[in-house]
Each structure stands twice: as structure tokens, then as C-alpha cells.
Ligand binder design. Structure first.
Ligand code: NDP
Length: 296
């Protein structure tokens, strides 16, 4: 039987609508407008697309959007000064520094200069520590979106075997922490994992966050498993015409969808949930900053 397709686009639209409702009430009841500041350094085309999309959706949710575009040649000190200014700005409740940063800038230093209460990406070392110890934190947007879809699909995740392929700080590791927090038995796999196919076959929940197009085939998937494909890879698509490309995930969708119980498509799965979670985190940061009960 073909897998159920988990519609991240529809889920994200619903989440954005809920956020917009809360934002409207914050404005009406408290006169507060959540503000999200995005800092973009350089001309990376993919980053520019993400930042444009984030700005548009922030405004659509009724929030204030502040964009800071800096030259590729900006110094670390200048970038840190921008972050400091945003930390002190009461109209800014969330700060996101778009990664990757140019090589001459120490990303860790910049991320850790963000006020943890405004760190809506959840990458600040304090938020990483809070998440790891099961305390209230800002949770990274992409894994948070994956968790929401998994909870929606399964209700309780308790006792399920989860395999996360990828151990990056922005996806793999926080994803594993969240699954552990929901009482899964978690395995983190990476480029040195022995017999990755067999490890994947043990997964009730398989999360692929590798960055390798269509790397995971259907025969690595346990029948009935839920597959969450985080990967966004652009590949040539000559079948669409000369020079055309298309987006694919880290799993081979066609063969995995034949075996899995449920699967996220690319595009239209994890991607849209990431920005919706960013808006949700900005709302949460605004509520916490003003001592207002945050939405469930
Ligand atoms: P990174 O490159 O930071 O990490 C990739 C991970 O995959 C590493 O841990 C690496 O292992 C592991 N890996 C690489 N090759 C293999 C292999 N052959 N077998 C097993 N593991 C392997 O990537 P990110 O975590 O930042 O992103 C992963 C993917 O998710 C990318 O496609 C990215 O575009 C996408 N992404 C999507 C988002 C969304 O909103 N949907 C947001 C963020 C990312 P090792 O550590 O050993 O090198």
C-alpha cells in the first residue's frame, strides 16, 4: 500500500493562521506587535530566497519584519554591533542571523551574541543546553516542524525507534533531543555509521537530514515506518527541458513511498513548516518578553 503523504504545506498554512490569530489578539489586548529581525550577510542566492520568503510571511502573520542586509565584506565587529543593537531594541522580539556566514566570520561567536530570549532559531548555546536538559527553551525551527508533524501523525511517540541520519547542530542533534524528549529510543547516524541500511531498517521513525540527493532507497525503510525527509537538494532535470532543475530530498521518494506508512514530500513537507515554526517562535518570544501566557 502506498504511504500516506504528510502535507507539510497544509499543516504550515494552518499553523501560520493560528499564529496570525494570536498576533491579532496581542495587538488588540496589549498593543504589542511581535517583531522579527533577519540579518543577511552577502549575496548567497538560496539565503536571499529564504530571507525574502521569511519577510513576506512575517508581515502576512501581522508581525513587524526588519531586514538588515550587510555586504559580504562586513567585519565580525560590525556584525556583532548590529546584533547588539537588535538585542537592545524593544520592538525586536526575535533575531535570526541567516547562515552560512562568510568564512572570515566566526558563526558561533555571532550566534552566541544574540540575546537567548530573542534567539528564535534556537542555536544559542544556552538554548541548546536548555533543550538538552529538558527545560523551556527556544527550539530550532526545522526539527520543531518535524516533531509537530510526527505528533500529528502518531499522537504519542513513546517507545518508538527513531533513527536520525545526520548530526548537524541545526537539524540532526536537536531533532534527536526532541525525539528523546518524546520518549523515543533514538539512534543518531552519520557518515561514519557502519551498515547504515540496517540501522535505518530498525526505524519506526526515520528522519533524513544528510544533504545528499535521494540517498536513502526504499529497501532501507521498515514497512509502515514514518519517513521525514529534511533534505533540500537541487538536481538537474533534463526531462523538464534543457538546463532545468528540480528539488529532491535525501530519500528516494518513489521507492520509499511504496514501503513507508507515511512520508513527507520534497518540496511541500518539512520546508514550509520551518518558516511557520519561526513565526511561532517569534510569537512565543514576544509573549515571554511581556509576561503573557504563551499559546499551547
Ligand atoms: P550538514 O551538512 O550540516 O550535515 C549533514 C549530516 O549528514 C552530517 O552529520 C554528515 O555526517 C551526514 N552525512 C553526510 N553524508 C552521509 C552519508 N553518506 N551517510 C550518512 N550520513 C551522512 O547538513 P544540515 O543538517 O544543515 O542539512 C541537511 C539537509 O537538510 C540538507 O539537504 C539541507 O539543505 C536540508 N535542510 C533543510 C531545511 C528545511 O527547512 N527543510 C533546513 C535546514 C537544512 P558527518 O557529521 O559524519 O559529516
Amino acid at each position: 500500500m502506498a504511504a500516506k503523504v504528510i502535507d507539510g504545506k497544509a499543516f504550515a498554512a494552518k499553523l501560520r493562521e493560528q499564529v496570525a490569530g494570536h498576533v491579532a489578539r496581542l495587538k488588540a489586548d496589549h498593543g504589542i506587535v511581535p517583531g522579527l529581525a533577519v540579518v543577511l550577510v552577502g549575496e548567497d542566492p538560496a539565503s536571499q530566497v529564504y530571507v525574502r520568503s521569511k519577510g513576506k510571511q512575517t508581515v502576512e502573520a501581522g508581525m513587524a519584519s526588519f531586514e538588515h542586509k550587510l555586504e559580504d565584506s562586513v567585519s565580525e565587529a560590525e556584525l556583532l554591533a548590529v546584533v547588539e543593537k537588535l538585542n537592545a531594541d524593544p520592538e525586536v522580539h526575535g533575531i535570526l542571523v541567516q547562515l552560512p556566514l562568510p568564512g572570515h566570520i566566526n558563526s558561533d561567536l555571532v550566534i552566541n551574541a544574540i540575546d537567548p530570549a530573542k534567539d528564535v532559531d534556537g542555536f544559542h548555546i544556552s538554548n541548546v543546553g536548555l533543550l538538552g536538559t529538558g527545560q523551556k527553551s527556544m527550539v530550532p525551527c526545522t526539527p520543531l516542524g518535524c516533531l509537530m508533524m510526527l505528533r500529528e501523525a502518531h499522537g504519542s511517540l513513546s517507545g518508538m525507534n527513531a533513527v536520525v541520519v545526520g548530526r548537524s547542530n541545526i537539524v540532526g542533534k536537536p531533532m534527536a533531543q526532541l525525539l528523546l524528549g518524546d520518549s523515543c529510543t533514538v539512534t543518531i547516524a552519520h557518515s561514519r555509521t557502519k551498515d547504515l541500511a540496517e540501522v535505518c531498517r530498525g526505524a519506526d521513525i526515520l528522519v533524513a537530514a544528510v544533504g545528499r540527493p535521494q540517498m536513502i532507497p526504499g529497501d532501507w525503510v521498515k514497512p509502515g515506518a514514518t519517513v521525514i525527509d529534511v533534505g533540500i537538494n537541487r538536481i538537474d532535470a533534463p526531462e523538464r527541458g534543457e538546463g532545468k532543475t528540480r528539488l529532491v530530498g535525501d530519500v528516494d521518494y518513489a521507492s520509499c513511498a511504496e514501503v513507508a506508512g507515511a512520508i513527507t514530500p520534497v518540496p511541500g513537507g518539512v520546508g514550509p513548516m520551518t518558516i511557520a515554526c519561526l513565526l511561532s517562535n517569534t510569537l512565543v518570544a514576544t509573549c515571554r518578553a511581556n509576561g503573557i501566557a504563551e499559546p499551547e
